[in-house]
Ligand binder design. Structure first.
Ligand code: TPP
Length: 288
């Protein structure tokens, strides 16, 4: 897939590290070959491209390998409890709708233990940008299967193959009422940066489902191999939204559909909420 947007050309990583990371918190905890660092880079590149005010940008995470990302990022950050990133982020956005609130999370954090928060944040269409580092397993606790583990795939708790069908997090967010939904991958860096920018720009709930690689617990167990092989898998299995539209369900089954999946213009919740508070105050003849 080509990318002709010059604004999305990545900056040298050293510039971004110096500006946006907390060197005193490095080295990170991720395994060699983990894709999570690529997604941190995508997020900070999107922030840089948009020129966001660091003092008005809050980054919130839950618990997991992926959620550790916020510890390395030099913003106002909140590393919360498992599955509850959206609950904390909702409180922040309602307290000050002018803040840019970004949630970094894993597939287990957002779509298993935190699934209900995801559904209702999308339904409210509250102005959060959620970036899911979707490695299709519970990396931090030893590679157990998650709600996004592919059908028949191996994990430490599906040694004979996963009998369950996976959840499509992007589709869930769209059905629940999100204004912006896209899918990126650790291979598709420039496209993913642009999706994160679009998600941040979009008023309302935005979710970018980013397929990341976990060579330690997924690649080895499923016969794909190490980091390079997993990146090659992403490259070779990626199709655009347009290509996917011309495929039947069977042909689409093992494909990664990359691109913008949905956009809508529903009203953003924190603004609606504050407008209501102002109306109530005016009716009562008070300012607060
Ligand atoms: C209430 C609660 N239940 C379970 C755990 C154990 N736990 C920590 S991380 C994790 C899974 C994280 O998976 P995911 O969100 O996919 O992130 P990854 O580590 O794969 O990036 C679990 C089950 C916990 N910390 N708190």
């Amino acid at each position: 897939m080509s990318d002709r947007n010059p604004a999305a050309q990545p900056k040298p990583m050293s510039d971004l590290i110096a500006k946006y990371l907390r060197p005193e918190h490095l080295p990170h905890i991720w395994c060699a070959g983990c894709g999570n660092g690529i997604i941190v880079r995508d997020v900070i590149q999107a922030i840089e491209n948009l020129g966001l005010d660091r003092d008005r940008t809050v980054i919130v995470s839950g618990i997991g390998c992926s959620s550790r990302a916020v510890g390395y990022m030099d913003f106002d950050t909140l590393h919360t409890t498992h599955g509850r990133a959206i609950a904390f982020a909702t409180g922040i956005k309602l307290a000050d709708p002018g803040l840019e609130v970004i949630v970094l999370t894993g597939d287990g954090d957002i779509a298993a233990i935190g699934g209900n928060h995801l559904i209702h944040a999308a339904r409210r269409n509250i102005g959060l940008t959620v970036v899911v580092m979707n490695n299709t397993v519970y990396g931090m606790t030893g590679g157990q299967y998650s709600s996004t583990t592919p059908h028949f795939a191996y994990s430490t708790t599906t040694p004979y193959g996963n009998l369950e069908r996976p959840l499509d997090i992007a589709e869930l967010a769209r059905c629940a009422g999100a204004n912006y939904v896209a899918r990126g991958s650790t291979y598709h860096v420039r496209q993913t940066i642009r999706m994160i920018e679009d998600g941040i720009r979009c008023k309302g709930f935005a979710l970018i489902d980013v397929a990341t690689i976990c060579p330690t617990y997924y690649g080895q167990k499923n016969g794909i191999g190490g980091p390079v092989a997993m990146m090659r898998w992403q490259k070779e299995h990626a199709v655009t939204v347009e290509q996917a539209a011309g495929m039947d369900a069977e042909a689409r089954q093992d494909k990664l559909v990359i691109g913008e999946l949905h956009r809508a213009e529903f009203p953003e919740y924190s603004e609606t909420y504050h407008a209501f508070l102002r109306e109530q105050a005016e009716e009562r003849g008070t300012n607060g």
